[in-house]
Write a protein that binds this ligand. Structure first.
Ligand code: ZN
Length: 139
């Protein structure tokens, strides 16, 4: 973690088991709650909290990382739409939520926060298989 990180940042630096890939300026990982199957986090390596704090080059690289991850999820799982969230209210360290949306996901077409879905944790074998599939689709 960046030495500037605060305690709250710990929550988004997921264990190795969830990591998909180290990207240009960020890390892609499978989100532990898979209520939305394929949901990922793309976490910036350095501690910044707002897009406007990044240099243009870093912002472009970060968006490229987000785009690569989203495309991999899209190609692997074939959702009808990708959703992107950059909130940071609870963990200010910049991390995008990349969420594939399906007609049968229980909330679609509303935003993912419209209904509270039960937390879904994949079994390790299922999680590892999904991560392997996403890695294969990462360009
Ligand atoms: Zn941080």
């Amino acid at each position: 973690m960046d030495p500037r990180c605060i305690e709250a940042c710990q929550a988004i630096f997921l264990p190795e088991d969830y990591r998909i890939a180290e990207l240009s300026v960020s890390t892609a990982a499978l989100f532990p709650d898979q209520a939305f199957r394929g949901r990922c986090l793309v976490t910036l390596g350095e501690h910044y909290t707002e897009l406007f704090q990044l240099t243009p080059a870093m912002r472009t690289a970060f968006l490229d990382d987000v785009t690569r991850t989203a495309e991999a999820v899209f190609r692997a799982l074939k959702p009808i739409k990708m959703n992107y969230e950059l909130l940071g209210n609870q963990v200010p360290h910049m991390h995008w939520h990349i969420i594939p949306r399906f007609r049968e996901d229980g909330v679609y077409p509303k935003p993912i926060w419209a209904n509270e879905l039960p937390r879904t944790t994949l079994l390790p074998a299922e999680r590892d298989a999904l991560i392997a599939t996403l890695r294969r689709h990462l360009r």
